[in-house]
Design a protein around this ligand. Structure first.
Ligand SMILES: NC(=O)c1ccc[n+]([C@@H]2O[C@H](COP(=O)([O-])OP(=O)(O)OC[C@H]3O[C@@H](n4cnc5c(N)ncnc54)[C@H](OP(=O)(O)O)[C@@H]3O)[C@@H](O)[C@H]2O)c1
Length: 267
């Protein structure tokens, strides 16, 4: 029987690369997106390349626990098992500072990210407990470890995910379930296509490796963490960020006069 992976927010960027990697490794793959047609298009694209595996798309909004429950039920009905969950879908929550964030903005980001990851993990763990095996990979962020202005709710949501990782390692280990976190930073995604070469040069100058990471770099790490090669690794945090987090960034006193330009690029 083939192994089964579910990746949230996998219609593009990091999630898509993770889905492709697991398909290449012979897994049946479940892709979620908030939009059914996006999930289906990604599933078709990967399925057309890896014809020996089944790739299926599911509509799921991580903001709503009942939608998460329904989706995992469908996945179990379709495949009868779940070996790996890669929790990846997240709202970037741009331009939210401690002084400006509304309760509605806070709830949206925290519910989509912290609560969304939590209940995806709960649903996965219920299935994996019955199998007495499984691996959960949480896609985290350097923002939970270092501060940048205007990302406070996103950073807090990712901090909750770091805590979730440690606690799942403790609670789920005896059921044969491992949990690990990838601390992600400086990874190219489709929004970066809007940057000029000068923007890239400016960004790269801040990174010890002088280059951005790519979705495939995260996909390789996610696959390693869920594979038997990592069978005794649980509760770990693997940093994949081109070295960003090791750098003491210069402080910008005028941060509150600058909007995060990436906000308008969000799809
Ligand atoms: N790229 C980086 O440098 C970087 C750095 C640190 C952390 N990360 C983390 O890496 C993961 C993937 O990010 P990415 O760079 O590949 O960007 P991304 O494509 O923008 O994010 C992943 C997916 O999350 C889904 N999503 C967005 N807002 C959502 C919401 N409110 N509720 C539910 N789902 C939502 C979207 O899928 P649909 O539109 O199809 O639903 C989106 O494609 C995220 O967890 C992100 O926090 C990335």
């Amino acid at each position: 029987m083939r192994k089964v992976v579910l990746i949230t927010g996998a219609a593009r960027n990091i999630g898509f690369a993770v889905a492709e990697k697991f398909a290449e490794e012979g897994y049946d793959v479940c892709i979620t997106s908030r939009k059914q047609d996006s999930a289906d298009a990604a599933a078709k694209e990967i399925g057309d390349i890896y014809k020996d595996v089944t790739v299926k798309g599911y509509a799921m909004e991580t903001e709503y626990p009942e939608k998460i429950h329904e989706t995992f039920k469908k996945v179990f009905d379709d495949f009868g098992r779940l070996d790996t969950l890669v929790a990846n879908a997240a709202d970037p929550g741009y331009n939210q500072s401690i002084l400006s964030t509304t309760p509605e903005q806070y709830d949206h980001v925290m519910n989509s990210n912290a609560r969304g990851y939590f209940f995806c993990c709960q649903e996965a763990a219920k299935i994996m407990k019955e199998q007495h095996s499984g691996s959960i990979v949480l896609i985290g962020s350097v923002h939970s470890k270092r501060a940048l202005p205007g990302r406070i709710t996103y950073a807090a949501s990712k901090g909750a995910i770091d805590v979730l990782n440690r606690n799942m390692c403790y609670e789920l280990g005896k059921f044969g379930i491992r949990s690990n976190l990838i601390v992600v930073g400086a990874v190219y995604n489709d929004r970066w296509a809007a940057y000029t070469e000068a923007d890239y040069e400016k960004k790269r100058a801040n990174w010890p490796l002088g280059m951005e990471s790519y979705p495939e770099d995260i996909a390789n790490s996610a696959y390693f963490l869920s594979s038997d090669k990592a069978r005794t690794i649980s509760g770990s945090e693997l940093i994949v960020d081109s070295g960003v987090m090791s750098v003491m960034l210069s402080y910008n006193k005028n941060w509150d006069n600058e909007k995060d330009e990436r906000e308008k690029l969000v799809k």
